[in-house]
Ligand binder design. Sequence first.
Ligand SMILES: Cc1cc2nc3c(=O)[nH]c(=O)nc-3n(C[C@H](O)[C@H](O)[C@H](O)COP(=O)(O)O)c2cc1C
Length: 177
Amino acid sequence: METEKKMTYIHEEREPEKEKILIVSYSYSGNTHRIAREIQKLSDGDLCEIYPWQPYPMSFPELLAQVRQEVRSNYRPRLLPQPYFPKEYDVIFVGSPNWCGTIAPPLASWLYHNNLAGKVLLPFSSHCGGVPGNMQRDVERICPKSDVREVLSIINDGGDSLSGRVRLWMEKNKIDL
Ligand SMILES: Cc1cc2nc3c(=O)[nH]c(=O)nc-3n(C[C@H](O)[C@H](O)[C@H](O)COP(=O)(O)O)c2cc1C
């Protein structure tokens, strides 16, 4: 009886450790952050919203002209400091709106300036149904030593189906829920 009790105890101690999860999100008008918060709710990871040091213009024509220029020149804007360091995490969700068919420069900057070698990266994006782009390829180009998984691509803020879409995608990628 005693031995049986001891063995149960040892078995309980050997539960595998949960992967440490970070969710990094850039959003201009809030849609990508909504997806990020849904991922955070389901994964219980840490949420890191990033912001450029110099805010983008409010007027759409000005914003578009600036973004086109930044994307063309691979500009990596300076970001406001934040307290999360990728070194401490195994799995990192990385989100951005689709801007001109690619990742918005603030997320590109975060990916570029952090050492993400060996990390599992799960890209997610919000878009409006325009130029689709290929976010997985774009993340792989900036982070060639990471294991970049399939992208979760959501129209605008995903509406009522957001939670189900996020859950399915996480299950497909074997993220513990
Ligand atoms: C400068 C700019 C460029 C955009 N380019 C695209 C695009 O190429 N393809 C697309 O589907 N949506 C494009 N969009 C739409 C955004 O991806 C969409 O509105 C998204 O939901 C915004 O996410 P956010 O609220 O997280 O900023 C663009 C929006 C802006 C402001």
